[in-house]
Design a protein around this ligand. Structure first.
Ligand code: MRU
Length: 356
């Protein structure tokens, strides 16, 4: 297991692994202000849905550290400004606004307390979000074991591992637990154009753990499946709508279609904080559009003609109908998702995993 942690609160500031520098350099990046945190999230120094939820929560703490408000109303005004800055960083992962809502509720609960006490309560909540994510990852890892057989050959996309969460990861968390249980799994990692999270981060993580991993171009997944070299695909998620539609890294939908064509299971792993049951389907999920240069340049060098039109959505939406199962900390959920996910919301996780 690699150290240091992906993100940490230390001495009144945030320290994170700068993921833009991996795998070449393992460098720590520090954020002392909410503006620095906004930059870190936008530039993907910290990334992955659960990790940006944690980062945004700490960002709020940073933004309120110097707050000298004398009334709750003044404090609330500044808190809203700071939250707006965090919310504007990346729109797709619902974990970010979910974390902000948790902090807002704590502030409101402490309305009668002093500003110093409210700040203290907010920090405790941000740290709880962080620690809870580590526990949820572990539980997702355990719950996913019924889907991973001895010798499984797994195809994954982007990075849904330690670098994307406060714990062992979601999709990769399942693979870590399988590996620790002695299952001889092997992994194919899509390189994940354009920002190469699969090539740069997933391979790096898995190699540290000693899990056999083969890096492939995104475009070779179909051939691998046609040759019978993959047993299932397993990915993370940024937001899941009530009908099971899943927003995840661009290219995920391609994989799901390929799995359907080759009769292979397509699994999604995510904590319940990634569910957005207020959205009835994936059409309502906001999809982040990123800079054209991410597509027109490779490692800082132009790879397309100047002036070419570019489309660069960071995520796509896989229809729930293509998702074989959604693995959460509360259990393994299957279609019809409208029913199973809404039941899951009321399921008490400590009674053992649900199978709905
Ligand atoms: O743009 P990124 O790198 O933040 O995208 C990350 C993903 O798409 C992950 O698969 C998703 O956030 C799940 S992480 C557990």
């Amino acid at each position: 297991m690699f150290k240091p942690p992906t993100i940490a609160w230390e001495d009144n500031r945030v320290v994170m692994i700068d993921q833009t520098r991996l795998p070449g350099e393992l460098i720590l990046h520090r954020c002392d202000t909410v503006e620095q945190m906004a930059e870190a999230i936008r530039s993907l120094r910290v990334r992955g849905a659960p990790a940006i939820g944690i980062a945004a929560a700490y960002g709020v703490i940073l933004g309120l550290q110097g707050c000298s408000a004398s009334t709750f109303e003044e404090f609330e005004e500044q808190m809203e400004r700071v939250m707006a800055l965090m919310r504007a960083t990346r729109p797709t992962a619902v974990n970010l606004s979910w974390a902000l809502e948790r902090l807002r509720s704590v502030a409101v609960e402490h309305k009668g307390a002093s500003v110093a006490e409210i700040k203290k309560a907010l920090l405790v909540e941000a740290q709880a979000i962080h620690q809870q994510d580590a526990r949820l990852c572990r539980q997702i890892g355990e719950n996913g074991q019924e889907l991973v057989h001895e010798g499984a050959r797994v195809l994954t996309h982007c990075n849904a591992g330690r670098l994307a969460t406060g714990g062992i990861g979601t999709a990769l968390g399942i693979l870590y637990v399988a590996h620790r249980q002695g299952k001889k799994i092997t992994v194919y990692a899509d390189e994940t154009r354009p920002l190469l999270q699969g090539a740069r981060l997933t391979t790096w993580e898995l190699m540290q753990e000693g899990i056999p991993v083969t890096l492939i171009c995104d475009s070779s997944a179909a051939r691998l499946m046609a040759r019978g070299q993959v047993d299932f695909a397993l990915v993370g998620a940024d937001r899941i709508a009530a009908n099971g539609d899943v927003a995840n890294k661009i290219g995920t939908y391609n994989l799901a279609v390929l799995c359907a064509k080759h009769n292979l299971p397509f699994y999604v792993a995510a904590p319940s904080s990634t569910l957005d049951l207020a959205l009835s389907d994936g059409d309502q999920i906001p999809i982040e559009e990123r800079a054209a240069e991410e597509v027109t340049e490779v490692c800082g060098r132009r790879s397309a003609p100047l002036g070419v039109a570019v489309s660069n959505p960071a995520f796509d939406v896989t229809p729930g109908g293509l998702v074989s199962a959604i693995i959460t900390e509360k259990g393994v959920f299957r279609s019809p998702y409208r029913r199973s996910l809404s039941r899951m919301k009321n399921h008490r996780g400590n009674q053992g995993p649900a199978r709905l």
